[in-house]
Design a protein around this ligand. Sequence first.
Ligand SMILES: C[S@@+](CC[C@H](N)C(=O)[O-])C[C@H]1O[C@@H](n2cnc3c(N)ncnc32)[C@H](O)[C@@H]1O
Length: 199
Amino acid sequence: MSHVDPRHGAKQPEIFSADRAERLDDPAREAWLPTERLVALLDLRADAYALDFGTGTGRYALALAAAHPRTRVCAFDVQPEMIAIVEERVAQRGLANVVTQTGNAGELPAHAYDRVLAVNVLHEIGDADLAELRARAAPGGWALIVDWDGTRERPVGPPPDHVHTPEEAGQRLRHAGFTRIDALDVPQFPYHFVLRASG
Ligand SMILES: C[S@@+](CC[C@H](N)C(=O)[O-])C[C@H]1O[C@@H](n2cnc3c(N)ncnc32)[C@H](O)[C@@H]1O
């Protein structure tokens, strides 16, 4: 009997455990992955739908929702422990424009999102879930894939062999069905590549 590995294609052997969730909230991240810049890169119009795929503790989903009150944000993560943290914060901050979802990517509602954000996630997800991410991008919409760059010297983040080079990432995105990949040069992100994937 053949066994299909649901994480086939992922570069990191294990996903980032919710046991380390507080590390996602480290203010030091702002020095090399400023939230404000990330939110601006999404170039959201009012009334847009955005999906934060692999939201973790919701650092970016919640910032996005606060900055764009008319954008509807879905914060999604495979680990329910992460989503419990996000839900607590949504309630504390009184954000009316965030919904949450946990479970497998295949269980995400078949909704079309104008923007799909994935920060430090591509190296953790398998090709099957990447195809689910692709399927959620609306026609005319795009995904912003921001991940550790395996070609850059870094004092932080996973080891180089657990992350992708921009070329590998682009190949995976094409394999998932995206037909156009634009590499964005974002000087404020010294350790990450930024790929805008569409089509
Ligand atoms: C390194 S954390 C990044 C979290 C957040 N994007 C950030 O940058 O603060 C990666 C997150 O992706 C989630 N994840 C990993 N594989 C996933 C999958 N197949 N579907 C949904 N979420 C996944 C993990 O549970 C974890 O919360």
